[in-house]
Design a protein around this ligand. Structure first.
Ligand SMILES: *Cc1c(COP(=O)(O)O)cnc(C)c1O
Length: 347
């Protein structure tokens, strides 16, 4: 029996990478962030597609993700690890040629002691207070290691999706001041949002993630995912009958209800409830009643014919639209996409 089908358009991923690359000068390198299994879409196929499009530098959150990526894309690309040099990961860095973005004086000391001569980057905190060294810590690191020689110095913006937010400029200034106190082969400040803030934010290499996968704030992104859920059965429901847990929806007219295979166990967040719809081609069919673990009930009364499957992600109801319905962000919809879906990749 054909199950739920998640179609991932690798041509769109590559086109989004090229479009983001075109937003910065030719001298600026465009990297690719493919942490969390490429935002849920599959680190192997996505990594290879981006490499083919021209990406030479990749970023992951954890060393374990870097190992999987290295096996998928081979030896030539650079792979940076945001969490830096974590205890227990030492052999992964050696065996799979990963480069840590060192976050603290403690990580710097352990790395320079254990892995003398190997490349590393430094992560600075310019105001987000999440990862990286603040100015006093950086000063003391430079004092202890005057020959410190990172291949990359980076920081991350907290508010880049809000172009008018004053913290963007504050962080840019703080980063430039800190970066000026050491020499580094490359510097990097911007994820997708920062790329859209303009040239001051581009530095030597950018780090887009969500924009590659079709999400805001890159409004010109090509949608990447389509998700079709098979209809298991349909039933007529009389006026006054209810549908689903809690009997929250009561039929106001004689209705036809389709039950599709997909639910919150597949990352179709329960909170989206009846704010979201499924689609038969271009025709919107509202969700009725509660989203359950494996099933969603849909009002298909207005369809002349009920198709074998209905779409919950398409070019109309994108990850951001579905996220709005659930009170969350596109990132969470993507990274929650379930592992019961059959994933199909198209070029
Ligand atoms: C996730 C992440 C990115 C990518 O951010 P997007 O908003 O998805 O483009 C870049 N840099 C760091 C440090 C990150 O954690």
């Amino acid at each position: 029996m054909p199950g739920a089908l998640l179609t991932i358009d690798l041509g769109a991923v590559a086109a989004n990478w090229r479009a983001l690359d075109a937003k910065s000068a030719n001298t600026v390198e465009t990297g690719a962030v493919i942490k969390a299994n490429a935002y849920g879409l599959g680190v192997g196929p996505v990594g290879r597609a981006l490499q083919k499009a021209g990406a030479k530098t990749f970023f992951v959150a954890l060393a374990a993700e870097g190992v999987v990526l290295r096996q998928a894309i081979g030896p030539t690309a650079r792979i940076f690890v945001f969490s830096g040099y974590m205890q227990g990961d030492e052999s992964a860095f050696d065996e799979f040629d990963l480069t840590p973005l060192l976050n603290s004086a403690d990580q710097v000391v352990r790395y320079l002691t254990h892995r003398h001569g190997a490349e590393y980057g430094l992560q600075l905190d310019s105001g987000m207070n999440r990862l990286g060294m603040e100015s006093p810590e950086l000063v003391s690191v430079i004092e202890h290691f005057p020959a410190i020689d990172p291949v990359l110095t980076m920081s991350h913006l907290a508010c880049a999706d809000e172009p008018e937010h004053p913290q963007n400029l504050d962080q840019l200034t703080a980063f430039n001041e800190m970066a000026a106190t050491l020499t580094s082969q490359q510097s990097s400040l911007s994820a997708t949002g920062g790329i859209l803030l303009g040239a001051d934010y581009h530095m030597d290499i950018t780090r887009p993630g969500i924009g590659l996968y079709g999400g805001e704030p890159f409004m010109d992104a090509r949608p990447v995912v389509t998700l079709s859920l098979p209809v298991i059965q349909t039933r007529p429901v009389a006026v006054g009958e209810s549908v689903g847990y809690g009997a929250t929806w009561v039929a106001p007219r004689p209705s036809t209800i389709a039950t599709v295979a997909g639910g919150y166990a597949d990352g179709l967040i329960r909170a989206m409830g009846s704010n979201a719809s499924l689609y038969a081609g271009d025709t919107r069919c509202p969700i009725v009643g509660r989203v359950s673990m494996d099933l969603i009930t849909v009002d298909v009364t207005d369809l002349a014919q009920v198709p074998a499957s209905l779409d919950i992600l398409n070019t109309t109801q994108t990850v951001d639209v579905l996220a709005d319905a659930a009170g969350t962000i596109g990132y969470e919809i993507l990274t929650s996409l379930g592992n019961r879906y059959q994933r199909v990749y198209k070029d």
